[in-house]
Design a protein around this ligand. Sequence first.
Ligand code: NAD
Ligand code: UFG
Length: 336
Amino acid sequence: MAILVTGGAGFIGSHTCVQLLNAGYEVIVLDNLSNASEKSLDRVRELTGKNLKFYKGDILDRDILNKVFETEDISSVIHFAGLKSVGESVKKPLEYYDNNITGTLTLVDVMRQHNVKNIIFSSSATVYGDPAEIPITEKCPKGQCTNPYGWTKSMLEQILTDIQHADNEWNVVLLRYFNPIGAHPSGRMGENPNGIPNNLMPYITQVAVGKLKELSIFGDDYDTTDGTGVRDYIHVMDLADGHVKALSKLAKGTGLSIYNLGTGTGYSVLDIVHNFERATGIKIPYKVAPRRAGDIAVCYSNADKAKKELGWEANYGILEMCRDSWNWQKSNPEGY
Ligand code: NAD
Ligand code: UFG
């Protein structure tokens, strides 16, 4: 039996493939390469010494999905495939709703036709909106998202919940990621953003490598210890392990489950800059800029539920996250 990993060539997907292969799973990847390079999968093979099968294809394409499910003996799906740029989603809402929502509806319909009813879905802390409680437990009510990308996550959580309620043969795990950073400790795999990065860590590593001049810190007047925004950064290898643990949960057939995947610790933007400098010895020039529209002040998890029920917790600390992000960037300045 194999695990189908949609979006498996991407940042989190490729690291998860490494950990799945290391745990002994057979892995099939479906990715349209709209935001990834197939080279990431060569690196997965290189690092694990194991093979995985790759289908270049789109989750909107029913024919390729049927072909995959007819050809392969799939037990469960880990569903990463989706568009994820917050800013782009504001400009292209139709493309985001179509890709993420229609794509997922097509995927789960084909899964149902082939009687594969186990799915792990990549959700996000963004579904909490401006969170009603800090640290955020899974019981915290979902909030108002500030962009179409966030709404696709919130809506897909609801859709998958309704599907599971209507047919209890489905096992659905919704994983709400906090802020994934870091890279494989080998420096052979990492995040490969197109153009100027939107997210903090890839921006910092591109300043460190000399591709960008200085970091703009979006606001220093938030109600936080140093005025800059606070987030729960999590190493991508820990996140990958969370998926391996969630697969064991699926195998036990437990219906619908929701987990935060975070460390439970918040770091401000300035904390990240200083930890990056400590981990790498490189000074990061920065200036303070106005707040970015849609940002919230503080977002970090309570990660107790995943520890209790999945036996998972984050192991990497912030210095290791900075070290591994930098290690990837410096050895691959142009990405893959
Ligand atoms: P990524 O862009 O690196 O990976 C997504 C992959 O999906 C890419 O390889 C892309 O080519 C593929 N893809 C997109 N649309 C597709 C389609 N229609 N058919 C087939 N493949 C398609 O992003 P990532 O950071 O690895 O994120 C993975 C998942 O986790 C996404 O669903 C994302 O929304 C979610 N997530 C990411 C973050 C984050 O900060 N990185 C946070 C929370 C949730
Ligand atoms: N920031 C800067 N300068 C930058 C980039 C970011 O100061 O150049 C600040 C932001 O204002 C924020 C913090 O750094 O305070 C983190 O910002 P990111 O863009 O790295 O991450 P976000 O928390 O805004 O959002 C990310 C993903 C979302 C996801 C969310 C929770 O982009 O898709 O984490 O998982 F929903």
